[in-house]
Design a protein. Structure first.
Length: 351
């Protein structure tokens, strides 16, 4: 792997800033979208940007920063971000054949792990696994965490249309629970995406509601009760979860099927999850804050997607009307705690 010029390292102190929701697409992955058999379309938009479509709807805009660590490091310094947690984003490795997904997940994880090893003070990473081939996903999960030292996982809100509570995924979640890992639940192409072909509706609105649907289904299905060791992080401020929390509770009160697999109100499970701050909107952030507390919020930027922003990720948290200690939890200390960053956590304790 190519080694990029080293930039000055950032000292990690009590105010360490960790951007948990960022994405990196290895060049080989971007090539695979065009060269390997899959149902997606790679084309260009009216501005000449290369984009990926699923059933006619834009789901990804490809930017140079997606595969460029050097510009990424410079932008991190400009925004005041100490550490980025890198992960593969939508469409992940799921659209390909099982064999291609297995191979691509391994190659992408190797690439991200090598990048994190090159810049251990600036980059950490989440593994992708081929959940369309569950046995292989379990093997790759163990390899990525135990051998490569990755910090957790990223999974889609659905796997080629299958919900995460499908019985076939049970062995995977059992292993994740055994290892007590952090798992970022990231939106995938939602059902009905063919109706979202205009105005970028799929990534703007469809994605976050697919996340909302996925997490609500997981709670009612008892997954949060069964897999208590997993630290679930819900992307994009939890979709609509904080806003709809009492409605979800009322489902438990009103519908018998919503009580079959859980013992308590959904709020008792949803408040144990973590929510990244990819919203940048103070009223929305404060809704999440009043719902789950600063202890369950983590900074995210969605960089380098065209609607993401590291600068806004930082400034939106720093501008919240909460205490400085609570801001520090959101900016980085919660991420230190859940992402296996033991050495940095020790350094924080002695600073």
């Amino acid at each position: 792997m190519e080694v990029w010029p080293r930039l000055p390292q950032v000292k990690n102190g009590p105010s360490v800033r960790i951007d948990l929701h960022t994405h990196f697409y290895p060049p080989e992955y971007l090539s695979a979208l065009e060269l390997l058999d899959n149902p997606l379309e790679v084309t260009r938009d009216q501005s000449g940007n290369k984009i990926v479509k699923d059933r006619g709807a834009r789901i990804l805009t490809i930017t140079p920063e997606m595969s460029d660590p050097t510009s990424r490091l410079r932008e991190m310094d400009e925004a005041g971000v100490d550490i980025q947690v890198l992960s593969l984003s939508t469409p992940n490795v799921y659209p390909f054949s099982d064999d291609d997904s297995i191979d691509l997940a391994s190659r992408c994880n190797d690439y991200l792990a090598d990048l994190a090893a090159t810049y251990p003070d600036r980059f950490k990473c989440l593994a992708s696994v081929p959940l369309n081939a569950v046995d292989a996903a379990v093997r790759e999960l163990e390899r990525a965490i135990v051998e490569l030292g990755m910090n957790g996982l990223i999974i889609g809100s659905n796997i080629n249309g299958k919900p995460l509570n499908a019985p076939e995924f049970q062995p995977f979640f059992e292993e994740v629970d055994r290892l007590a890992l952090a798992v970022l639940i990231h939106p995938m192409t939602p059902a009905g995406v063919e109706t979202m072909y205009e105005y970028g509706l799929a990534p703007l609105v469809g994605f976050v509601f697919d996340t909302t649907m996925a997490v609500t289904r997981m709670v009612y299905d008892g997954m949060m009760e069964t897999y208590k060791n997993i630290k679930f992080v819900v992307a994009h401020l939890g979709g609509a979860i904080p806003y709809l929390l009492e409605r979800i509770n009322n489902g438990y009160r009103a519908y018998p099927e919503c009580r079959e697999k859980i013992k308590d109100l959904p709020t008792n499970y949803l408040k144990e999850l973590y929510y990244d701050t990819v919203s940048f909107h103070e009223p929305a952030l404060m809704c999440a804050y009043h719902t789950v507390g600063a202890e369950h919020m983590v900074m995210g930027s969605d960089y380098p997607h065209v609607i993401g922003s590291m600068a806004e990720a930082v400034s939106s948290i720093e501008g919240l009307p909460v205490s400085e200690a609570q801001k520090q939890l959101i900016l980085g200390q919660n991420a230190l705690r859940i992402l296996r960053m033991e050495s940095l956590a020790d350094e924080e304790a002695t600073t």
